[in-house]
Design a protein around this ligand. Structure first.
Ligand code: IPE
Ligand code: IPE
Ligand code: MG
Length: 226
């Protein structure tokens, strides 16, 4: 029996290098990357197994980038969500986020909340954008909430109080040739399969995704057993 792919996570990396390669400013790479998010999300919504797609869009460490790039990314996220609403509805996608939204502008938080609200009854796919997300931050916040509610610290409770009570990740893909996790879903990848590709995110296609999934299907997942 082949593996089931219910929860796919992607570290979308390489926008800046893609732009540089084509002689553009980094922002053009982020714009091109947003188009790929749209295509991959539609593919996953129409895939018979995938229930959740978690995309790393902005890490807790990405604030270290020049202000001009951070500001551009904030505007891009807002623009993407507004433009995407029609596609979310057409493709049956529910929009969710993980990460701490507090530092974002009121306007952006409003757009995020509105998109969640409007898409909450869609059932073909949950698209989760990781925004100001860091796995260490998420785990700490989970434990703080458990302590506040005087609950026992155990694996099940920590999982339940994460931003993602959605499920463990089955497959994690990172584009651009970097082979590291960069503080993405540490807790949820305990038994994930990994796939690294040299393709830069703006060049990533559904054809390549299909190939990666095909390879994932053939792997033997043991979960510690024999
Ligand atoms: C990923 O592309 C997008 C974000 C982190 C927001 P990068 O911007 O990290 O692109 P590279 O790694 O510099 O090529
Ligand atoms: C990870 O990519 C974060 C996102 C894709 C949003 P980075 O480009 O920020 O990661 P590092 O700095 O290369 O590890
Ligand atoms: Mg990068």
């Amino acid at each position: 029996m082949s593996n089931r792919l219910r929860h796919l996570g992607i570290i979308m990396d390489g926008n800046g290098r893609w732009a540089k390669k084509h002689g553009f400013k980094r922002n053009r790479g982020h714009e091109a990357g947003a188009e790929v998010v749209r295509e991959i999300t539609a593919f996953c919504a129409n895939h018979h197994e995938i229930e959740t797609l978690t995309l790393y869009a902005f890490s807790t460490e990405n604030w270290r980038r020049p202000k001009i790039e951070v500001d551009f990314l904030m505007r891009l996220i807002s623009r993407y969500l507004k433009k995407e609403l029609k596609n979310y509805m057409n493709n049956g996608v529910r929009f969710e986020t993980i990460g701490n939204l507090e530092p974002f502008s009121k306007e952006l938080r409003g757009t995020i909340e509105k998109t969640k609200e409007l898409t909450k009854n869609n059932t073909k796919l949950v698209q989760i954008l990781a925004l100001n997300y860091g796995a260490r931050d998420e785990i700490v916040r989970s434990i703080k909430k458990l302590l506040q509610e005087k609950k026992e610290i155990n694996i099940e409770n920590i999982s339940d109080f994460l931003d993602t009570p959605y499920s463990d990740l089955d497959l994690l893909i990172r584009t651009s040739g970097e082979e590291r996790v960069s503080n993405f879903l540490l807790w949820q990848i305990a038994y994930s399969e990994f796939a690294f590709t040299k393709t830069l995110w703006p060049d990533f296609t559904t054809i390549e995704l299909e190939k990666i999934i095909e390879n994932f299907k053939k792997r033997e997942r043991r979960f510690g057993a024999v």
